[in-house]
Design a protein around this ligand. Structure first.
Ligand code: ADP
Length: 348
């Protein structure tokens, strides 16, 4: 295998005609890390990945791979491997022939080719199926062949474009775990494009949240979840209460209710972001905030409550479900205890 390489994306902008798709994107992807581009559909993730692969040239900015300026290099000169969403295996070829295909085109000599095909199939655990045709494999196995085909070219960077989206939900988590395990074992720099936050959270060491062609925030998944820097990131990564109000007298005032805040917050209009699990429901005793149940949704492992507090404040709270703890009915009075250390204050 080749030495993994880091990828530096510097001030990259790109458009299709007059439509700007990427707007001044800068990212530093470290050698050996599993990095995700996460964002809603149309945010520019695939376009950015394709520029790293060499399919297209930025209108401005640079892309460095392993410290070398690759901005104007064609794909075949970059030594990056791209695995598509639609893995497009040749149906008439065996697994081994599919994996060998790219090596033949690169004129890798026969003996070396056989060795690399074998090694790549060993890595994805499919060596014993090398004589089968794609139709004789499960969706997850076909995806592993597509990955083996890319690993066989011994890339410095592995690029994955929504690699799990064609698998049914039951298979996805398993194939994802295998992919992460493989990446850790190889220590291969990997960039994953996905719109699925759970996928990015589970796989990535770090990720960038993109929207409208811009990078909004970069960090470890738990860092972004715990400390979102904007309403978009707070709302895109899981459920968040995004409450508009004012910081006044050391508390947050919204909809006729007073919520606690961490100390030292400057007064003025703001948005308070609170995860549903940061609100604890008290059936009796003291609480920060009296409220009423509007709706309870039983979701198996937890119950999601929609609550009303003050005059017009709607809050979502989640409580782990345990046997014997019946969901509260609509109309039930509850107390809400809010842990101020879990609150994030955003600019209005
Ligand atoms: P994502 O991968 O985040 O869903 P894409 O990078 O595929 O986003 O697309 C970003 C934007 O660029 C979208 O608005 C899309 O419609 C537009 N776009 C993508 N490919 C083309 C193309 N070949 N020609 C014109 N516009 C395109």
């Amino acid at each position: 295998m080749s030495e993994p390489a880091g990828v530096a994306i510097e001030h990259v902008s790109f458009g299709y005609g007059a439509t700007r798709v990427l707007d001044g994107v800068s990212l530093d992807i470290r050698k050996g890390e599993f990095f995700a581009f996460l964002g809603p559909s149309g945010s520019g993730k695939t376009t950015l990945l394709r520029l790293v692969a060499g399919f297209g040239t930025p209108d401005s900015g640079r892309i460095l791979i392993g410290g070398r300026d690759a901005t104007r290099q064609p794909p075949w000169a970059r030594n990056v491997g791209l695995v598509f969403q639609n893995y497009a295996l040749w149906p008439h070829m065996t697994v081994a022939e599919n994996v060998a295909f790219g090596l033949q085109r690169r004129r890798v000599p026969r003996a070396e080719r056989d060795r690399r095909v074998r090694a790549a199939l060993d890595l994805v655990g499919l060596a014993q199926l090398m004589d089968r045709r794609p139709a004789q494999l499960s969706g997850g196995q076909q995806q592993r062949v597509a990955i083996a085909r890319t690993l066989a070219i011994e890339p410095e960077v592995l690029l994955l474009d929504e690699p799990l989206s064609n698998l049914d939900a039951g298979l996805r988590a398993g194939v994802r775990a295998e992919l992460v395990e493989l990446q850790r074992r190889l220590g291969l720099t990997t960039i994953l494009v996905t719109h699925d936050q759970e996928e990015a959270n589970a796989a990535a060491d770090r990720m960038a949240v993109l929207n409208d062609g811009k990078v909004l925030q970069v960090g470890r998944p738990s860092e972004l979840y715990d400390r979102p820097a904007s309403r978009f990131v707070a709302g895109f990564l899981g459920t968040a209460n995004l409450i508009e109000g004012r910081v006044d007298g050391g508390a947050f005032q919204a909809g006729g209710a007073r919520l606690p805040l961490p100390p030292g917050v400057a007064a003025g209009p703001a948005v308070l972001a609170l995860r549903p699990q940061a609100l604890r429901l008290l059936r009796e005793g003291d609480a920060t905030l009296p409220a009423r149940v509007l709706r309870a949704e039983f979701l198996g492992g937890h119950v999601r409550y929609t609550l009303e507090a003050g005059e017009a404040l709607t809050l979502v709270a989640e409580e782990p479900h345990l046997r014997g703890l019946d969901p509260l009915p609509p109309g039930a009075p509850v107390g809400v205890a809010i842990d101020a250390s879990q609150a994030t204050l955003l600019r209005a």
